[in-house]
Write a protein that binds this ligand. Structure first.
Ligand SMILES: [Zn+2]
Ligand SMILES: [Zn+2]
Length: 353
């Protein structure tokens, strides 16, 4: 197949999503003066809040939040049944764990989701929806505010590999149920993306069928196995390419749900997640971790698609300017680089932990 698109003077005018058939038109409205730049942003222009009264104790407030959080250590009884756990000492043997933790303390915990995302009646009477708590810490090290939450890119690269390793183990666990035909991995970062719990976590959802988006990708790939490489080549040609090494490519792509959509594609790994060789999973985790660090704390959702015959890949939908592709027209990402936000104080945590 050839991915259909139109260009003028080398710039893309429109492109047809090879999986859905939808056409997206590109606009160049970034050439217009950006009126909003002249308006004050209430958040940015608000006078700096007066320093809290000296009686305010942020540590006590943080403790109250952690005491009430179902995903925080000490509240294990508040979650559904535990399925797996990984201790700090399992990830970094011989390295001192984060402040306040012991090597034997859990760093990651897998529990069944209190609400099965797919009704149990569809999956052999078992709840096959899981929550993977990516780290025991609710707040960042050195947090000075209740909004200084732990986030995936702030974890160490080693720990992020263990997040994907554990996720793959959860997929295997769910697939042991003969009623489960596929497991979707998804994550929300930030309230704007629909996250109900601020404590860092990812979800694995076992279903009695292959999820429609993945099924569509499988069907098109079966007919046109070259579609992924072609898509990678096109994004490079249009200047949307970000990085490629180890056969793993990242780029901005117009084929996502929202205007700020990034993909990470491992072209040669075409098995379900739990069958990906460990050294390849490690590389994929490194690339994904790098992308998440670049997106920083911006709200986004992430969906990992995997299965027989399609490349292991991730869609990351940035929740900024979510309506930019309204009615199939999209602002050409001339400002792609702005998605790669400069590191702020929290990115300084090139943490061992
Ligand atoms: Zn918590
Ligand atoms: Zn996909």
């Amino acid at each position: 197949m050839s991915i259909e698109y139109g260009t003028k003077d080398g710039a893309v005018l429109w492109i047809r999503n090879p999986f859905t058939g939808n056409v997206t038109y590109f606009n160049n409205i970034h050439r217009k003066p950006h009126a909003y730049r002249h308006l004050t942003n209430p958040q940015e222009s608000a006078p700096t809040a007066p320093p809290p009264p000296s009686t305010y104790d942020v540590r006590a407030d943080m403790q109250r939040v952690q005491d009430a959080c179902v995903f925080c250590p000490g509240n294990e009884a508040m979650t559904m049944e535990e399925v797996m756990r990984v201790a700090y000492g399992d990830m970094h043997p011989g390295v001192a764990p984060p402040d306040g933790s012991q090597a034997e303390d859990w760093a990651m915990r897998v529990v069944r989701n209190i609400v099965p995302r797919i009704p149990e009646a569809c999956t052999g009477g078992r709840n096959e929806s899981y929550v993977i708590i990516e780290d025991a810490r609710h707040f960042l090290p050195g947090a000075a505010d209740l909004t200084d939450l732990m986030w995936s890119g702030a974890l160490s690269a080693v720990q992020y590999y263990h997040v994907l390793r554990t996720t793959a183990d959860v997929v295997r666990h769910a697939m042991d149920n003969p009623a489960v035909k596929s497991v979707l991995i998804r994550k929300h970062q930030g309230r704007e993306s629909g996250a109900s719990q601020p404590h860092i976590h990812i979800q694995a959802i076992g279903a009695d069928r292959i999820f429609p988006d993945v099924e569509q990708e499988m069907a098109v790939t079966a007919r046109h196995p070259e579609v992924w490489q072609e898509s990678v080549d096109l994004m490079r040609c249009f200047g949307f390419h970000l990085h490629e090494s180890d056969g793993i490519v990242s780029h901005w792509s117009p084929f996502g749900k929202f205007g700020r959509h990034f993909e990470l594609i491992s072209l040669d790994d075409q098995q379900p997640l739990h069958d990906i060789p460990d050294h390849r999973l490690r590389l994929f985790a490194q690339h994904l971790h790098r992308l998440l660090r670049a997106l920083h704390t911006a709200p986004h959702d992430l969906e990992l698609h995997h299965g027989h015959g399609i490349p292991l890949h991730v869609h990351v939908n940035g929740r900024r300017y979510v309506y930019a592709n309204f009615a199939g027209t999209l602002n050409a990402p001339a400002d792609l680089a702005t998605n790669y936000m400069p590191p702020t104080r929290h990115a300084m945590h090139e943490m061992t932990w």
